[in-house]
Design a protein around this ligand. Structure first.
Ligand code: AMP
Length: 459
């Protein structure tokens, strides 16, 4: 889970990359980096923390040139190290290369083993580094040929940006698991995980980068190629619509806010509740709760207030801190919930620990009944394509029925959206829903299951 941003042909490339990364900050808070190109060489800065912590005016002034790529990285427990911060930048036999990756290669372990056997020395535990080695080892001559060569070895999820001194290359894997959009600001072209990055810098959104497309942008303009031998069915991640993308984004032509409201509307049709008010779990449950309230005719109330001064609790790497985080982050409005039958709407239920804490908080504030409604199906399967879901053991729905989960989280009733309702709300049938259905579009080695998460980190 990461955000990527690229720009070429603008005098303020690294400043705009910095702003673009701000708009993508929700996609990753562990580390941030920018690699700029001055036409002759690359310049890089990476650091741990938020975009705001990693960059200041002095640092940005050391990233000259009219092209830049940037990355914000999501944390995966135990892998919180600077070596994994992107974009990577190297100088190798073929020249300078920068790379930023969102996604997760399903053949990362095989690639790494075969590259190590051939003598490559890895410096990080990131799957992305394998791409750098593949490019460096390629027998092809020109940098673009080496990139094409390396792409043919990759399997799984990858939205990628490559930077060389004279071009920016954007690639989306043939299924299009992770989003990638193309925009323009003046004569400069920009690429980003989500178009909210364009909105912030005043760029116009042109289109998405298609699944299986490679867009090569140099100072002469843009050309599009299809570097992969087969075209595969589109399988863009449905969880972007449920939770991950910013609500003001448009992903695959679908407005995320409206999709989330639809999730809530359909949830209200499928699993209504006899209650007095509808409360969202802020911020992630807000649009779905609005849709639920609208369709069920119950009043929507901000019955819980979120502190915006701490990060997303899920990110805290240690269980003990995460539990504490819920209390730090969400406070009930007692006067609103006291004596009431409340519907609480959240976007997803993963481990169940957050919901349990929230329900206890609302119960302690005096609610009479609490009916939890989740605007996605139970998360039963880990993601191997770049969403940092925990291993199967920790996914409560993989081993418990809805009734058992309701008991564990102490809700008076619990209901999830159906998988059919999810697809209907988001539109189309071209999404990957493996985390809910277990239908994995790209196989991964059985033995890899939980170990992929331990050894190699997703981006
Ligand atoms: P829990 O059930 O305690 O694991 O927490 C679930 C909550 O975490 C959901 O309500 C989401 O808002 C949020 N969430 C779900 N999936 C993720 C994820 N992959 N990364 C971060 N937060 C997530």
């Amino acid at each position: 889970m990461c955000g990527i941003f690229g720009i070429i042909g603008h005098a303020e490339a690294s400043n705009l990359a910095y702003l673009g990364l701000h708009a993508l900050q929700h996609r990753g808070q562990e580390s941030a980096g920018i690699v700029s190109s001055d036409g002759a060489r690359l310049h890089a800065h990476r650091g741990m923390g938020l975009v705001h912590d990693v960059f200041d005016e002095t640092v940005l002034s050391r990233l000259p040139g009219d092209a830049a790529i940037g990355h914000v990285r999501y944390s995966t427990a135990g892998q919180s190290i600077l070596e994994n911060a992107q974009p990577f930048s190297v100088s190798y036999g073929g020249g300078w290369l920068g790379i930023a990756h969102n996604g997760n290669l399903t053949n990362a372990i095989e690639l790494r083993s075969s590259l190590e056997a051939a003598g490559s020395i890895f410096q990080s535990s990131s799957d992305t580094e394998a791409i750098v080695h593949l490019i460096a080892r390629s027998r092809a001559g020109a940098p673009l040929d080496r990139i094409r060569d390396a792409l043919l070895r990759l399997e799984g999820a990858f939205s990628l940006l490559f930077s060389t001194p004279d071009m920016l290359v954007a690639v989306r894997d043939p299924h299009g698991f992770r989003p990638l959009a193309l925009g323009r600001i003046g004569n400069a072209l920009v690429v980003a995980s989500e178009p909210v990055a364009f909105d912030l810098i005043g760029a116009e959104t042109l289109r998405e980068v298609d699944p299986g497309e490679m867009v090569v942008i140099d100072r002469a303009g843009l050309r599009s190629e299809r570097p992969f031998p087969q075209s595969l069915p589109r399988r863009s991640c449905i969880f972007e619509h449920v939770y991950f993308a910013r609500p003001d984004s448009v992903i695959d032509g679908v407005g995320v806010y409206e999709a989330r409201k639809n999730l809530g509307r359909i949830l209200a049709e499928e699993s209504p509740a006899d209650a007095d008010i509808v409360l969202p779990v802020p911020d992630s449950g807000v649009p779905a709760a609005i849709g639920f309230a609208e369709r069920s005719g119950l009043p929507f109330e901000m019955g819980m207030i979120r502190s915006h001064y701490i990060g997303r609790t899920f990110i805290e790497p240690r269980q003990s801190i995460r539990h504490f985080g819920v209390r730090l982050k969400l406070a009930p409005v007692r006067a609103l919930v006291r004596g009431k039958r409340v519907v609480v709407v959240d976007d997803s239920l993963v481990r169940g620990t957050t919901s349990r804490k929230i329900i206890k908080t609302i119960r302690d504030a005096g609610a009479r009944e609490i009916h939890l409604r989740i605007s996605s199906p139970p998360t039963r399967f880990p993601c191997f394509y770049g969403i940092d879901t925990p291993s199967r053991r920790e996914l409560i729905a993989s081993s418990h029925t809805v009734d058992e989960i309701a008991k564990y989280i102490t809700a008076d009733s619990l209901a999830f959206l159906s998988n059919e309702g999810l697809h209907r709300a988001v539109g189309g049938n071209a999404h990957c829903d493996a985390c809910f259905s277990g239908n994995y579009p790209v196989p991964f080695p059985e033995s890899a299951d939980d170990r992929v998460h331990l050894r190699l980190v997703a981006n």
